[in-house]
Design a protein around this ligand. Structure first.
Ligand code: PLP
Length: 408
């Protein structure tokens, strides 16, 4: 077999890159036909040199903007010094990462992982263990309540309790122990709780489902129910957390604290996969050496990058900006007043435009926006999600709003 890495002349055009990707890649995504090569702040550039305003932020992984210079500097400095030790040995970045993250989020304990799905898996494992060892649930009987239309990642355990047919179909058999209740329905949650319930896993705002905001008071009620019935409240803030909704964590909108909070995505400002489970002491303390882990979790490069990513998020006023610009964006979108639009909703810079079912689907509007230099992505059939980096300015939003007006 010919071992040449690149048998063809180097691709240069958008069409050539796409053809190569389609030829060799698994088809588990359907991206817009734009091939990006560079990013800076809220902008990205394609291989033809055309500039776009990024209105997706890689689903919130680049809240701090593309290639933030301070995160880049931290990454470069750490990469030249020490990248990984494994957890067989200690490193001098992990304790500082823990300390800074706990101070910022008022957590007692942190468990570092890499992807968001791994943080979710960790929370499921820890809460089951807590259920058996602290709540005294009978062996193998633990139940975890989740919500319909959830999105928590792509591992087998997680897709096993998804209600999205594409995510589940033909991937079974799935493990038992999960109960699905409608999102936003506190009475249904209360009914689902039994003496064997160990956890309730929920997104404060459902992102993938189309930026679905639960009724006011829902999370507060969920917090009360979990406390009353000794159930671990797990908030998946992988998308809503780290400033996206105009607060550091979305739980702050209802003045509650979860027992386990999951963060990822923007935890590295998009430079590296870094996720974490934030915990109170009681739940995380059930884990002992050898019972859970990850080779790359907590490596010094990840920790240095995450420390810088958290620092710029707070020091550069990005969270306050998200709150302010989010209001501006929603008002601007409502001003467009297009008959195709059914609803504008959102919190902070997590905003959705839901189209009427007869508008022909959101995808074609994303394609048209792409041609006009705005990148956003449809979610489900009829919803456009608009989530620019949290550093976006009013002038840049005006630029985007002009294109939304033209397309809608
Ligand atoms: C993205 C996301 C995940 C999964 O994160 P990965 O890093 O893709 O594994 C989990 N939960 C929510 C709410 C997310 O948005």
């Amino acid at each position: 077999m010919d071992r040449m890495i690149s048998p063809n002349p180097h691709p240069a055009s958008t069409a050539e890159f796409i053809a190569l990707e389609e030829l060799y890649g698994a088809s588990n995504y359907k991206p817009l036909d734009v091939v990006l090569t560079r990013g800076e702040g809220v902008y990205v550039w394609d291989v033809e040199g055309k500039r776009y305003l990024d209105c997706l932020s890689s689903y919130s992984a680049v809240n701090q903007g593309h290639c933030h210079p301070k995160i880049l500097a931290a990454m470069q400095a750490q990469a030249a010094k020490l990248t990984i030790t494994s957890r067989a040995f200690r490193n001098d970045q992990l304790p500082l990462f823990y300390e800074e993250l706990c101070a910022l989020t008022h957590s007692h304990k942190v468990l570092p992982m890499n992807s968001g799905a791994e943080a979710v898996e960790t929370a499921l494992k820890v809460s089951r263990k807590w259920g058996y060892e602290v709540k005294n649930v009978p062996a193998d009987r633990a139940e975890i309540v989740v919500c319909g239309d959830n999105f928590h990642g792509r591992t087998l355990a997680i897709v096993g309790f998804s209600t999205d047919p594409d995510s589940r179909q033909s991937f079974g058999p799935f493990g038992p122990g999960f109960k699905v209740v409608p999102f936003g329905d506190a009475a249904a949650l209360e009914q689902a709780i039994t003496p064997n319930t160990v956890a309730f896993l929920v997104e404060p705002i459902q992102g993938e489902a189309g930026v679905i905001i639960p009724p006011a008071g829902y999370l507060k009620k969920a917090r009360e129910l979990c406390t009353r019935h000794r159930v671990v409240l797990i908030l998946d803030e992988i998308q809503t957390g780290l400033g996206r909704t105009g607060k550091l964590l979305a739980e702050e909108h209802e003045g509650i604290e979860a027992d386990l909070t999951l963060i990822g995505k923007a935890l590295s400002g998009g430079f590296y996969p870094v996720s974490a489970v934030l915990s109170n002491k009681e739940v995380m303390d059930v884990l002992h050496p050898g019972q859970h882990g990850s080779t790359f979790g907590g490596n010094p490069l990840a920790c240095a990058v995450a420390r810088a990513a958290l620092r710029v998020l707070t020091e550069e006023g990005m969270i306050e900006n998200a709150a302010k610009m989010g209001e501006y964006l929603k008002a601007g979108l409502r001003d467009i007043n297009a008959s195709r639009v059914k609803e504008i909703r959102g919190r902070g810079l997590m905003v959705a435009v839901e189209l009427h079912p007869d508008a022909g689907g959101a995808r074609k509007y994303c394609e048209a926006l792409k041609d006009r230099g705005i990148l956003c992505k449809e979610t489900h059939t009829n919803t456009l999600r608009i989530m620019p980096p949290l550093i976006v300015t009013q002038a840049q939003l005006d630029e985007a709003l002009a294109e939304f007006r033209a397309v809608l």
